[in-house]
Write a protein that binds this ligand. Structure first.
Ligand SMILES: NC(=O)c1ccc[n+]([C@@H]2O[C@H](COP(=O)([O-])OP(=O)(O)OC[C@H]3O[C@@H](n4cnc5c(N)ncnc54)[C@H](OP(=O)(O)O)[C@@H]3O)[C@@H](O)[C@H]2O)c1
Length: 240
């Protein structure tokens, strides 16, 4: 199986793309360390991974809470000495209908979890990644983190969080390159959610259709599957 022996940590893995990545990599042999704000949500996806033949462990991790991130890293370190791939996937979305309409608490939470949470999760798990012979840090940014991209209706705070992720991963890629850590960022536009357990997952899609979660997952699989001399840094997407 293509990802046998890979140890992959995914944040925000209780639903959406995090779940899709977990199921896709898990049924191809990866061992998953799945975190979500709710332990129950992470455990339900872990059970789905086990059901398709993969190995998975569930953890609670609220990316808006530094202590929760440290607890996640510590708990993960108790079950595995290394992590090969960290997927920074979790990040709250915000579309409040206007800049002034958003509650201050929601603005702060989006930036805390998306920006600080991504930096802190990477910091907390880096020691485990550095023990791997093939360390990769994958971050699901967004078109909203691409300079000059104004296409999304997302709140300004979401743009701020995603732009912070972009700036962080840009410099991290350069600084971790000498240690052989690949820092891979994806900047997708809005994509259609597709359930990996449904026949829709394998349906061929056309150029007139929106990007699908399946295609985003395939980009991640492609990047982490490359030989170690191949440092893919970014995936950018042309919108329809
Ligand atoms: N969907 C798109 O069209 C799209 C496009 C471009 C980029 N992206 C990015 O791709 C990633 C995954 O997308 P998605 O479609 O699965 O996103 P989503 O449906 O908006 O789900 C966001 C995920 O982040 C988690 N999350 C939110 N706040 C969190 C916190 N404080 N701590 C931990 N986890 C938290 C959510 O968990 P809960 O269940 O606890 O809320 C959920 O698992 C996100 O980073 C998103 O910004 C998505």
């Amino acid at each position: 199986m293509e990802f046998s022996g890979y140890r992959v940590a995914v944040t925000g893995a209780g639903r959406g793309l995090g779940r899709s990545l977990a199921l896709s990599l898990g049924r191809d042999g990866a061992e998953l360390f799945l975190s979500a704000r709710s332990f129950q949500a992470a455990e339900e996806v872990a059970q789905e991974v086990r059901h398709v033949g993969g190995r998975a462990h569930a953890f609670e991790c609220d990316l808006a809470e530094p202590e929760s991130i440290r607890d996640f890293a510590e708990a993960l370190g108790e079950v595995s000495e290394t992590v090969d791939v960290l997927v920074n996937n979790g990040a709250p979305y915000l579309d409040a209908g206007g800049f002034l309409e958003a509650a201050d608490e929601d603005v702060a939470a989006v930036i805390a979890a998306g920006a600080a949470g991504t930096v802190l999760a990477t910091k907390a798990l880096l020691p485990l990644l550095l023990r791997s012979g093939r360390p990769d840090i994958v971050t699901l940014v967004s078109g909203c983190g691409e300079y000059g991209n104004h296409r999304s209706a997302a709140h300004e705070a979401f743009y701020a969080a995603k732009s912070a992720q972009a700036g962080f991963t840009e410099v991290l890629s350069k600084r971790l390159r000498p240690q052989g850590v690949r820092v891979i960022s994806l900047y997708p536009p809005d994509f259609d959610e597709v359930d990996p357990l449904s026949p829709e997952w394998d349906r061929p899609r056309g150029a007139a259709e929106a990007l699908s979660a399946r295609s985003v997952v395939d980009c991640v699989r492609f990047a982490i599957g490359q030989p170690r001399d191949c440092f893919i840094k970014s995936f950018y997407f042309e919108q329809a």
